[in-house]
Ligand binder design. Structure first.
Ligand code: SF4
Length: 376
């Protein structure tokens, strides 16, 4: 398929809507009484969501957690989906100051051949996993759409659910990858503060805030089954960024009711040549608060808990908030079967295997789910 270089801009009012509401979001105006009132409601409004993200809501985490557990059980039962990411390349054209793959960082770069991808996938599939997330870094030159399409076709041999976390595409490119077999697209806005966004993304196509913001809509128009949202907590005011990511998902759900919606909640992590990269004021209670607020606002949304977080935290949030967890994670290029061909994106905190994650879930009375989708 021919590489398109022109960024397609679609008509959408969602960005304007989200940004104007975030602009006027004043989380210091709320009281503990407001939080308690929200927790009595069956259905939450956008303002209620903002209340749950406010500093005073930190005093109510226990109540929020109980409500969250009930909601998670109601919508998902005790089922927890398992998956693993596979980085097939780590080339990137962007200079994001917080990421180990940034084009200025001197790391070992690599890209798997199709034969290597096949062997990696076969090894992953032998662990029992049926869902995979394919990642590339963001280089249209090194990891073009054809290459990603071929990787997805290979994944179809082994997996029933295929997600992609790559650079944002135009609608027809998403259609092509959906036809190759991709189901889900994750694009994280990182921060919704446009000024900070410019400071964090010093060069590369990612500097185009609007093209990134509208990626989920293009993916859904292109035929994808679901899309994931997230802000990288710690880059800017995490309360505003979490509020924005929640509203972004909410408006997409309103406009595309058929879409499966999911969140990731990444925090900053150290990476090669940048050991000081920390999530500033987003400690575990704040991270928990954000996750709880997402669950209570959009109870049907999938929420993934990343290996950026430690074992104890991950174990505590599965079932209560998170509905998807990764195991056997490698964040360098390859490394499951082949020797790792490129350096890691960030440091992980939970290196447990798929088997260990499965055991933990069972011990907690949860049901590990490898697939809920049979491809025909
Ligand atoms: S965050 Fe994504 S786009 Fe930015 S440097 Fe890392 S891989 Fe590249």
């Amino acid at each position: 398929m021919k590489q398109l270089v022109e960024m397609e801009m679609i008509e959408s009012s969602i960005m304007e809507e989200v940004l104007s509401q975030v602009e006027s979001y004043d989380y210091n105006q709320y009281t503990v009484g407001d939080v308690h009132y929200v927790l009595t409601k069956e259905q939450l409004t956008k303002e209620d969501f903002g209340i749950l993200l406010s500093p005073v809501a930190l005093e109510c985490l226990e109540d929020m957690a109980q409500r969250s557990k009930a909601q998670t059980l109601k919508y998902f039962g005790n089922a927890i989906s398992l998956f693993t990411p596979l980085y097939i390349a780590n080339y990137c054209e962007n200079h994001c100051v917080y990421c180990g793959f940034n084009c200025k960082n001197k790391i070992k770069r690599g890209k798997l051949t199709l034969e290597e991808i096949d062997r990696e996938m076969q090894t992953i599939a032998e662990t029992g996993l049926k869902e995979i997330l394919i990642l590339t870094g963001e280089s249209r030159v090194q990891s073009d759409v054809d290459y990603i399409g071929e990787a997805i076709k290979l994944a179809r041999k082994y997996f029933s659910t295929i997600g992609i976390e790559i650079y944002p595409l135009n609608t027809d490119e998403y259609t092509y990858l959906q036809e190759c077999g991709a189901d889900f697209v994750s694009v994280y806005q990182e921060t919704y503060n446009q000024a900070t966004y410019k400071e964090m993304h010093l060069s590369g196509p990612k500097r185009n805030f609007a093209y990134r913001f509208t990626a989920q809509e293009r993916a859904l128009k292109g035929g994808m089954r679901g899309v994931a949202f997230g802000a990288l907590l710690g880059l800017d005011d995490f309360r505003k960024d979490a509020f924005a990511a929640g509203l972004h998902a909410y408006y997409i759900q309103q406009k595309y009711p058929q879409a499966e919606i999911a969140f990731s909640v990444p925090r900053l992590r150290p990476y090669i040549n940048q050991a000081e990269n920390n999530p500033r004021d987003v400690h575990e209670p704040q991270l928990l608060q954000v996750m709880l607020a997402y669950r209570l606002f959009l109870p049907f949304a999938g929420i993934t808990i990343s290996t950026r977080e430690n074992q104890k935290f991950r174990d505590n949030v599965v079932g209560m908030i998170a509905t998807k967890i990764s195991g056997g994670v490698k964040v360098g290029v390859g490394g499951h079967e082949e020797e790792q061909k490129g350096d890691e994106q960030f440091e992980i905190s939970d290196p447990r295997s798929v088997e260990e994650i499965q055991k933990m879930l069972k011990q907690r009375g949860l049901q590990p789910v490898y697939t809920d989708y049979i491809r025909v």
